[in-house]
Design a protein around this ligand. Structure first.
Ligand code: SAM
Length: 301
């Protein structure tokens, strides 16, 4: 089991498999990675690194990017994973409807899909893309059992903060018989240039909390998940509030690998990554342990 100097158990791995993307979300943090477009890890390199993390006690893996579904060998990447408790992907959903079945057959358990607005014009303003394809992707994933599908909405002041209710209804409509979809409301990180869009989503959380019939406090980042009935079905809404939040960091059990093969102890830092590309066996395990030792909460009291 990997435990850092702050007593945090590392159970979740997030691997970026590409930096390429077919959308242009203006707020994108690029998984905290400044470069790496030309030097993606191969399937066997990814498999080797994932196996080492598995051997060190990691339970769940999430594959991210860039847009991971742009990799032609994405199904090979999934089927090369060791037997983690859960293999998931985070995708913009534009290619999901056509690839969902094959992804599931390769061993994918579930998906997170980014969807910041259901309105075509707002969606285009944020991402440059077409919302219909993403909605299709979410519906397909729900139908074929890549569930629970987590719909990620980054809430931004003056852009889509007036659209939370319609997103709650949309996700609820997937949940008429059983929970297939969960809405994750994400506070936008205050990256340079994004300050004016930042909104403390605690106000939205209080409103949702007042309707909740059940509340779940998750181990991961101490996130709260609220369940309640709506006109369209059953809503499950989770809040992701990373900004200036020491509680979030104190309960962070995630570690990352960049698309060019560096272990990244924290999303918000680029100065403490540890290269693991080309390492094998004991050397690889030691490099991972070194990266874990470098972990420290970004926000603390
Ligand atoms: N292309 C994939 C996707 O769209 O899900 C994977 C990469 S994307 C960087 C992963 C997640 O990060 C998305 O859910 C996105 O909404 C979130 N994200 C990106 N930039 C962010 C920011 N500035 N603040 C908060 N979340 C952000």
């Amino acid at each position: 089991m990997l435990i850092d100097r702050f007593g945090r158990r590392i159970t979740n791995l997030r691997i970026a498999v590409t930096m390429k993307c077919n959308l242009r979300c203006f707020y994108c943090h690029r998984e905290g990675q400044a470069n790496g477009e030309e030097s993606e890890l191969s399937v066997s390199e990814i498999a080797e690194i994932a196996r080492a993390f598995y051997d060190l006690g990691i339970k769940k893996v999430k594959i991210t990017g860039g847009e991971p579904l742009l990799r032609k060998d994405i199904c090979d990447i999934i089927s090369s994973m060791p037997p983690f408790q859960e293999i998931s992907i985070t995708t913009n959903g534009t290619l999901l409807a056509e690839k969902a079945e094959e992804l599931r057959e390769s061993g994918l358990d579930r998906v997170n899909v980014s969807l910041d607005s259901l309105r075509p014009e707002t969606y285009r303003r944020i991402t440059g893309g077409d919302v219909e394809k993403v909605v299709d992707g979410i519906k397909t994933a729900c139908e074929i059992g890549l569930t629970p599908v987590k719909v990620n909405m980054v809430v931004m002041k003056g852009i889509n903060d007036d659209q939370v209710e319609e997103m709650v209804e949309f996700v609820s409509s997937m949940n008429r018989d059983g929970i297939r979809a969960i809405l994750q409301l994400i506070e936008v990180l205050k990256l340079p240039g994004l300050e004016r869009y930042h909104l403390d989503i605690s106000g939205i959380e209080r409103k949702i909390a007042s309707k909740a019939e059940a509340v779940l406090l998750r181990g991961m980042h101490f996130r709260r998940q609220y369940s309640f009935e709506t006109a369209s079905g059953n809503a499950v809404v989770e809040f992701v509030k990373p900004v200036d939040n020491s509680e979030f960091c104190a309960h962070c059990n995630r570690i990352r690998v960049t698309s060019d093969g560096r272990v990244k102890p924290c999303l918000l830092r680029e100065d403490n990554t540890v290269n693991v590309r080309g390492l094998k066996g004991e050397e690889l395990l030691e490099a991972i342990k070194k990266a874990v030792e470098l972990r420290e909460p970004y926000f603390r009291d």
